[in-house]
Design a protein around this ligand. Structure first.
Ligand SMILES: Cc1cc2nc3c(=O)[nH]c(=O)nc-3n(C[C@H](O)[C@H](O)[C@H](O)COP(=O)(O)OP(=O)(O)OC[C@H]3O[C@@H](n4cnc5c(N)ncnc54)[C@H](O)[C@@H]3O)c2cc1C
Length: 401
């Protein structure tokens, strides 16, 4: 059997290794268009490679995928994060699970993952061809012809693992074959707020506010980081991933509502503030912060609400308290533009899952053609979820069912 893998990234290597383990006698070659394999693995996780997430609840795990959650949930039954951890540790790569559940090689160096893949590729006699970009795929009977800049070759089975394509044109060769394409747009970005003064608070992390996008149902919560260009942190990144398509349609111009205390009922916040007034009536607003808000943020919010820091809590009337409730629970900012998060760009969109049989990862329009990794319309939030999707889909594709 002659098998080709298109793309020498995470999904390409992982599927190649499994193909060779399942079919040791097959001839297998990875075609990589650039002059390097595994370049995203190398730079991933700030050079440390956050290769999966240690989350043990399948519902929480699946929820980390704005696109592909339903299909992946079933696929994790074949190969999940525990399997990933076992797989690498069995091959001599010890791992560590951080407190935030992100999983890294104990070496804290992505090279350990690359070395592991290269050793496996050598052991299994996997051929790797660099500077070999595929420009077209043509079914010929039950076989598949791959076209290169110069010439073509015929294979019995082909796995497409070309990664995310930021432009639809990059997927034209797959679209021309009849695959449905979901328009690619960026996911995982931070919000720019050029006209907002909150940027002066850069560096502040707020533990657990909730944020929502005006005029949409998009909402998230979690830590929020104020940066010198706007807002970032898990709450913002999650919102950017779940809202990737809607925010692209809005051309990244929208308003966000921040609920700094993450309490929806304004009456309970008012009750909390009345309790503060009762217990701290002689204290200056400046000196007593409700909800343990960061000091600089609290002073900023008081100013924003037009409340003097020199007032005592006891001096606040009903009107002032209502103003405070409003600023704490419904603080509106204008977002204009986005910034890529640590260059960790991930694509929302790609080959539609409606064109793929997820039990086998085989194309529904071209028999013997399989898919793995980010080329599909699958993406996750930060935390190792994108690599886990690559490992899981590559494991299934590698069975060549
Ligand atoms: C800076 C950065 C940091 C990241 N950090 C993390 C992290 O820590 N954890 C995490 O889970 N995710 C992370 N991600 C996301 C993760 O890297 C990707 O989701 C993952 O690499 C997808 O794997 P893939 O094999 O599908 O695609 P890729 O890794 O992109 O590999 C695709 C390969 O195919 C090649 N190729 C493309 N077209 C062709 C063609 N026509 N012919 C031949 N070869 C072709 C490409 O050159 C590339 O080498 C990060 C992404 C970036 C950019």
């Amino acid at each position: 059997m002659q098998i080709a893998i298109i793309g020498g990234g995470a999904a390409g290597f992982f599927s190649a290794i499994h193909v060779k383990e399942n079919f040791p006698d097959a001839f297998l070659v990875i075609y990589e268009k650039s002059d390097k394999t595994l370049s995203k693995v190398k730079v991933s996780g700030g050079g440390r490679c956050n290769l999966t997430n240690g989350c043990t609840d399948i519902n929480d795990f699946s929820e980390a995928y704005p696109r592909g959650a339903r299909q992946l949930r079933k696929a994790f039954g074949h190969f999940d994060n525990k399997d990933t951890m076992r797989w690498f540790e069995d091959r001599g790569v010890p791992l560590v699970i951080q407190d935030d559940n992100c999983v890294f090689p104990a070496s804290q160096n992505s090279q350990s993952i690359i070395d592991c893949f290269m050793n496996e590729a050598k052991r299994l006699n996997i051929k790797i061809e660099l500077n070999a970009g595929i420009i077209g795929v043509e079914p010929i009977g039950n076989q598949i012809e791959l076209e290169f800049e110069k010439g073509s070759k015929v294979f019995d089975k082909v796995i497409v693992a070309t990664g995310g394509s930021p432009k639809r044109a990059g997927l034209a060769w797959l679209e021309n074959m009849g695959h449905e394409i979901e328009e690619p747009v960026p996911s995982l970005f931070t919000f720019n707020m050029p006209s907002e003064n909150i940027k002066t608070l850069m560096g502040i992390v707020v533990e657990n506010p909730s944020i929502s996008i005006q005029g949409t149902k998009l909402k998230s919560d979690g830590p929020l980081l104020i940066t010198h260009w706007g807002m970032s942190g898990p709450a913002v990144l999650k919102l950017s991933a779940y809202g990737a398509r809607i925010l692209s349609d809005l051309n990244y111009e929208f308003k966000i509502q921040v609920n700094w205390v993450n309490i929806r009922q304004t009456e309970s916040v008012l009750d909390d503030l009345y309790a503060v007034v009762l217990r701290n009536s002689n204290k200056l607003l400046l000196n007593f912060r409700p909800y343990s808000l960061p000091e600089r943020l609290w002073h900023y919010l008081l100013e924003r609400g037009g409340l003097s820091k020199e007032l005592t809590w006891g001096q606040l009337g009903k009107k002032s308290l209502n103003k405070l409730v409003n600023i704490l629970t419904n603080d509106v900012y204008t977002v204009s533009g986005k910034t890529t998060f640590k260059e960790e760009f991930v694509t929302c969109g790609g080959v539609s899952l409606s064109s793929i049989d997820f039990k086998t990862m085989q194309s529904k329009v071209c028999p013997n053609l399989y898919f793995a990794g980010e080329v599909m319309d699958i993406d996750g939030i930060t935390g190792g979820y994108n690599f886990q999707a690559a490992w899981t889909t590559a494991f299934i594709a590698g069975k060549l069912l």
